[in-house]
Design a protein around this ligand. Structure first.
Ligand SMILES: [Fe+2]
Length: 137
């Protein structure tokens, strides 16, 4: 499974789109890593550390953009980010208790589905707002 930031997934805010590209690239790298026969525990741990740090920074930035743009999706976006954080924390606990290909593949599938659906249904709500309220920065 490889995800691409197609025009259907663009928000119209360059920095948000660039951050989504970084997330998708790392998610695709995890997918590539899971094609191997054996788990690379250090790489899996590095991915989890990256994901926790990067999503915290990205969510804060994106929420600020939506707030400033008075985007109608702002509340739904915050709620979805909170839901993601719960999902990520529980996955981190499961994987921390012993990394396995099954756990990482489950996580990859959940992340892939969440990211694609979230960007498409919520983040793209920025599209109609960004041009008028100065969110494109
Ligand atoms: Fe979002």
């Amino acid at each position: 499974m490889q995800l691409t930031l197609t025009s259907a997934l663009e928000t119209g805010v360059k920095q948000v789109d660039d951050e989504h590209r970084v997330l998708i690239t790392e998610l695709n790298k995890l997918g590539d890593m899971l094609k191997a026969d054996h788990i690379d525990v250090a790489a899996a741990q590095a991915f989890m550390t990256f994901l926790g740090t990067y999503t915290a920074k990205h969510f804060a930035h994106e929420e600020k953009c939506m707030h400033e743009a008075r985007c109608p999706m702002a509340t739904a976006n915050k709620a979805a980010h909170t839901q993601f954080i719960h999902m990520f924390v529980s996955a981190k606990l499961r994987i921390g208790a012993g990394a396995s290909m099954i756990k990482l593949r489950d996580l990859h599938t959940s992340l892939y589905q969440w990211v694609q659906s979230h960007i498409m249904k919520i983040d793209t709500g920025l599209r109609g707002c960004s041009a008028h309220h100065g969110a494109a920065r």
